[in-house]
Design a protein around this ligand. Structure first.
Ligand code: IFM
Length: 471
């Protein structure tokens, strides 16, 4: 691990920043990222880029409803138009291919492909067929997420993820999609970040549908994980050649002091962010510490549910962004203690690549059945501006280099990591923060829909070209 740590500081050394203008991105010659089979791609999600929310029979989603409510999204933004990707998908695929990106992770809008009676909506299905066929023609590896938060509103009206039936409706939806799209999808992810759906959507109300109750959060999580577990065998039966997995966001919690109480607080932070999802998936049980943190919130679990949830995965998608420094709250929990003098992004999130390495190596020792990993999201928001036709997103270039160095260290420490997706291909609708926060490696001018390749994307493209040219 000593060598690994020095590799991180090497990546942050003055030598790197002096090199900024020449090439501040390309990984060192001994990095595993030079391996040609290490997939490098970019990710997006349906509601964040597609727009066209009422075209071709698309039904309302919980995010249409939520974002229409005053005060829920910054500046009253909604996904109604977003990046207009529904109409501009061909040019967007050309742009992706022109950057040499090898993988594309997209999500399907459930309300676009089924009508309220649960019957297929051909026009919506055709959109994804065209898109995936074109990606395949371009030789791009396709990762498709079935649920990236845009639940059909009519299902929310019947209780959403608080209603066990939604898990069965999800399995039906997975059945339709995998029958229709088999052969064009290299990897299926059932859910994106169930932590966000359950905790932000039902626990604190910051996301759609905007409910706030701890018991709701744990029950919604159980139904989300059940939905995942019910969908897996369906995907396996309909599309045996593809990989099947799930995507979890993970958070690093560090203790504000060496005191036992603060160490415990950091542990509980990670239980709440990571073990809450990973333990049921990989150990077949919820972590009991979660219910010390949130007493009385045990979900209703029926016989057989945990076996369904913990069926083997072909891959685990990991989304990582930042760490949280915490101290004991003096009772059963933790409180955030923001650190001074650390580098932060436009979101206020700390730039902390070591957290990614440490979590990945920690998971390898905690979960003996840890599946192969793809980093399905990593990136940062910055207030990027187009100046003379260019976007010089210096902080993002350094961020990506540091996080890819952390991934390389985890690989060298024995974690089986097979690829990395930039979040995001282009600036998009950043949920409760609307369009103000720009996560893309491509800039989007929302008044004209003009795309401008940022410097970070140019450098990633340069690296991919060099890697491809190597014999
Ligand atoms: O934009 C989101 C994405 O939809 C899910 N993961 C985190 C990203 C940045 O907040």
């Amino acid at each position: 691990m000593a060598n690994d740590a020095s590799a991180v500081s090497d990546a942050r050394s003055p030598a790197v920043s002096n090199d900024k203008l020449a090439d501040p991105f390309t990984p060192p010659a001994d990095s595993s990222l030079w391996r040609k089979n290490f997939l490098l791609g970019a990710a997006t999600a349906s509601y964040q880029i597609e727009g066209a929310v009422d075209e071709d029979g698309r039904l309302p989603s919980i995010w249409d409803t939520f974002s229409a409510k005053p005060g829920k999204v910054l500046a009253g933004d909604t996904g109604a138009v977003a990046c207009d990707h529904y109409h501009r998908w061909e040019a967007d695929v050309d742009m992706l291919a022109s950057l040499g990106l090898e993988g594309y992770r997209l999500s399907i809008a459930w309300p676009r492909v089924k009508d309220a009676a649960g019957l297929p909506n051909r026009k919506g299905l055709d959109f994804y067929k065209r898109l995936l066929n074109r990606l395949k023609e371009k030789g791009i590896t396709t990762f498709v997420t079935l649920y990236h938060w845009d639940l059909p509103q009519h299902l929310e009206d019947r209780g959403g993820w608080l209603n066990r039936d939604t898990a069965y409706r999800f399995a039906d939806y997975a059945d339709l999609m995998s029958r229709e799209l088999a052969g064009t999808v290299d990897a299926w992810a059932t859910l994106n970040e169930p932590w966000c759906s359950a905790y932000l959507g039902y626990g604190n109300g910051h996301h759609a549908p905007g409910l706030a109750d701890g018991r709701f959060a744990t029950q919604a999580m159980h139904h989300l994980l059940l939905a995942h577990g019910l969908a897996l065998p369906v995907l396996r039966a309909n599309d045996p050649a593809s990989q099947k997995g799930i995507v979890a966001n993970i958070g690093r919690g560090t203790a504000n002091s060496a005191s036992a109480a603060d160490q415990r607080a950091a542990h509980l932070f990670e239980v709440q962010h990571n073990a809450w999802i990973l333990d049921p998936l990989l150990k077949g049980a919820y972590p009991q510490d979660l219910f010390e943190l949130w007493p009385g919130t045990e979900p209703l679990v029926l016989d057989g549910d945990m076996q369904t949830i913990s069926a083997p995965l072909d891959f685990l998608g990991i989304n990582y962004y930042f760490r949280t420094n915490v101290a004991s709250d003096g009772a059963h929990g933790f409180r955030d203690v923001p650190l001074e003098g650390v580098e932060r992004t436009q979101m206020g999130w700390e730039v902390y690549p070591d957290g990614l390495r440490d979590l990945l190596t920690g998971f390898k020792s905690t979960y003996h059945n840890l599946p192969p990993i793809y980093i399905t999201e990593n990136g940062m928001a910055s207030d990027d501006k187009v100046i003379d036709g260019h976007v010089d997103d210096t902080q993002r270039i350094s961020f990506l280099k540091l996080h890819l160095a952390a991934v390389n260290q985890a690989i060298k420490a024995g974690v089986d990591i097979r690829g990395y997706f930039l979040w995001s291909l282009m600036d998009n609708f950043e949920w409760a923060f609307g369009y103000e926060r720009r996560f893309g490696v491509v800039h989007v001018d929302y008044s004209t829909q003009k795309r401008t390749i940022k410097r970070s994307a140019e450098l990633v493209a340069k690296f991919l070209k060099e890697r491809k040219a190597r014999v």
